[in-house]
Design a protein around this ligand. Sequence first.
Ligand code: APR
Length: 271
Amino acid sequence: MPPRIARIIVPMDPSPPSTGTVSPAALARVANAIARATRVTVLTGAGVSAASGVPTFRGPDGLWRAHRPEQLATPEAFARDPRLVWEWYEWRRQRIARCRPNRAHEVLAGWSRRLQGFTLVTQNVDGLHELAGTGHTVRFHGSIWELRCAVPCTRGRSPWRDETVPLPRLPPACPHCGGDARPAVVWFGELIDEHVLEASIAAAACDVFLVVGTSAVVYPAAALVPTAAAHGALTVEVNPEATAASSIVDVVLAEAADLVLPQVDALLNAG
Ligand code: APR
């Protein structure tokens, strides 16, 4: 059983430089490795959904009414002002409801159908991987489309799906006890579900590990990159900016995921 680990953030150097452009040789190396692999794991973050119009957390649109995500996505913030926290989630739900999967989501959905031993571990709560039809997915931080009882009452412990936009009242009520409901997402300082952690650590024992569209500063998700490297996986980053993971991966594809993943996919299909 994996250790019980709470979700935390580890700051990185501000304004990392862009790491350059993508060379055909690097693309070919990644495509060849995927073609030969028996286990491929992809860890995704908010950058995968950027081309769909979902704001990233630490990018230019990351602030909401001058609040940083780390100030709102906590049990303490919810205890202090549940309505404020819900107004942020409601704003994000309304925005995400208008977004559709992009080419990066579509390529990963295709890999989940075609590649044997494929696992997607996503930090994203937006549901766009699901909408694209991606199988074999571990939702590391939960889903913005699921709620659970904040009290918590016994029956409201299990999340329920609610895609109503806009929600008729904030905070929404638990249908079982009438108390406040909360988003069924993992907030900072909360523990990752042990089955989710177990499945993710198991998936990191792979041949090729891609880390796509994440700043790689939020743990324990970010720890999957060194875990995969320790297992001997070829580690690959897809991100237009340098991140906390850039210096430890084998290959950096420094370009947007919606541009790079289709190129890797085209090489795979051609081979
Ligand atoms: N393609 C690939 N990467 C991109 C793109 C793109 N088109 N656009 C932006 N990025 C990259 C940015 O360079 C950045 O490194 O996506 C990353 C987004 O980083 P964050 O905003 O920090 O998002 P993420 O890493 O997913 O955050 C982790 O923190 O606040 C929490 O719950 C949140 O699960 C999330 C966690």
